[in-house]
Design a protein around this ligand. Structure first.
Ligand SMILES: Nc1ncnc2c1ncn2[C@@H]1O[C@H](COP(=O)(O)OP(=O)(O)OP(=O)(O)O)[C@@H](O)[C@H]1O
Ligand SMILES: [Mg+2]
Length: 158
């Protein structure tokens, strides 16, 4: 898979990258955000939401306890945080597949809980390099994610 790396020197740059990605979204997509606590998954998610057109006055908060937040935008946005998922059956209860493979954009924090690292979608793996430095590795899985990843890479690296 054609993966590429972006080095973010600060929160603002990660947010900006998310906005760029969100602006590129024109069709249903699944974006899987992997990384430790405090890596920057929610920062990137907030950027994507803004780029998709969720207005600034609507706060993008982590759905840690609710598992999912829904934001109407250019495409419907479903933001998942599976950190507290204790039982895979809960995924069925919340209708995960309908959102992840539906008509909108699904962002998933803690996709490790899905127990499937080959899930088709755009995988973004975020790693701490230093206090404010993060490495973001974009690894698309599947044709649609590859196209999206390539467009973002082109925009970011010129
Ligand atoms: N380059 C950077 N990119 C993103 N966040 C950064 C960066 N540098 C510092 N930070 C800080 O790291 C934190 C990232 O928090 P965030 O909530 O996005 O993490 P998370 O990966 O969603 O964690 P959790 O698993 O707890 O949900 C924020 O406090 C942010 O200010
Ligand atoms: Mg988070």
């Amino acid at each position: 898979m054609p993966q590429w790396v972006y080095h973010s020197p600060g929160e603002g740059q990660t947010l900006e990258l998310g906005i760029q990605l969100g602006r590129l979204l024109e069709q249903p997509a699944l974006i899987l955000l992997q990384g430790d606590l405090g890596a920057g998954k929610s920062v990137l998610a907030r950027g994507i939401a803004r780029g998709l057109g969720v207005p600034e006055e609507i706060p993008i908060t982590s759905p840690t306890f609710t598992l999912m937040n829904h934001y109407p935008a250019r495409l419907d946005l479903y933001h998942f945080d599976l950190y507290r998922l204790s039982d895979p059956d809960e995924l069925i209860e919340i209708g995960f597949d309908d959102f992840a493979y539906g008509k909108g954009v699904a962002l998933v924090e803690w996709p490790d809980r899905l127990d499937d690292d080959e899930t088709p979608g755009l995988w973004v793996r975020i790693r701490h390099l230093g206090e404010d430095c993060r490495e973001l590795v974009f690894s698309p899985c599947g044709k649609a994610a590859e196209a999206l990843s390539r467009r973002l890479q082109k925009e970011v690296t010129g």
